[in-house]
Design a protein around this ligand. Sequence first.
Ligand SMILES: NC(=O)c1ccc[n+]([C@@H]2O[C@H](COP(=O)([O-])OP(=O)(O)OC[C@H]3O[C@@H](n4cnc5c(N)ncnc54)[C@H](OP(=O)(O)O)[C@@H]3O)[C@@H](O)[C@H]2O)c1
Length: 287
Amino acid sequence: MPLPATIPLPGGLAMPAVGLGTFRVRGQEAVDAVSWALAAGYRHIDTASIYKNEEEIGTAIRASGIPREQLFITSKVSPYQQGTEAATAACEASLRLLGTHIDLMLVHWPGVAKVDAASPDNAAMRRQTWRVLEQLHRRGQLRVIGVSNYEIKHLEELLGYAEVKPAVNQVECHPRYQQRDLRAFCQAHGIAVVAYSSFGSSQLLSDPAVQAVVAAEGITPAQALLLWGLQRGCGVLPKSVRRERIEEAAPARLAGLGELSPEALAALDALEEQQQQKYCWDPSGIA
Ligand SMILES: NC(=O)c1ccc[n+]([C@@H]2O[C@H](COP(=O)([O-])OP(=O)(O)OC[C@H]3O[C@@H](n4cnc5c(N)ncnc54)[C@H](OP(=O)(O)O)[C@@H]3O)[C@@H](O)[C@H]2O)c1
């Protein structure tokens, strides 16, 4: 079965299922990585205000000559930019730096920087941020809006007051941290899941269990982990600053591989039971 190349979003928008991750990529390295990715067929770039590379991404996009409507740009409002005034300024800055509209704007994190994780201020401020995103969405500057690192409790709260429902939840998700309950909740509420850190920030690539699984398939560990995410219905965000690695994870290369065999899929599915492992920050403590 061919894997879907896009994930449907509200308003008839189609999000390319494979996007280039750009965390910790700045300056000329960011321009190069995005340029190579676009040349390799990527049409979705994932950035965030806190990555401090939106300007470079805008530059690479314009230089590519690819019509803007063929591209999909995700950015995020950082934990330092929560609340009405800061989130408004953050969105304006992202739009200015990128030099184009934003296809998907996310609330990066349910918490607020420098606010205690247990404080009710987190909920009050992320609600204000959501209202800002809703307003800019209605004005057409943010085509779709969503969240990132939201647990079920954060989503339930948001769904209770959202006038525009979140279209996406971007979360850490890979065979050692599968987010089964969260993915089921999102599916039930029509929220697309985008998986980040598919490679466990590179540590999963050398995991002996992953290596054993992929040897039989004749594919690379990166490809196996990305196919696992796609087959679980998620978008994926491979990140690399190396051209050959960007090409190894390109959408057409992955599509050409088809699905993982049932045995490989089952072996990767079994990893979390053997040992659950989270590689990124944990939002469960945010009230
Ligand atoms: N919303 C959030 O809070 C959040 C959090 C984390 C990540 N993200 C997004 O998701 C993206 C991906 O996550 P991530 O950056 O944490 O990590 P990742 O994609 O799991 O792993 C990236 C690391 O793997 C290495 N790598 C990539 N391809 C490789 C290959 N074929 N062989 C060997 N090593 C390879 C990269 O090194 P080189 O660059 O040197 O190749 C990099 O160090 C981010 O860039 C960001 O866009 C979002």
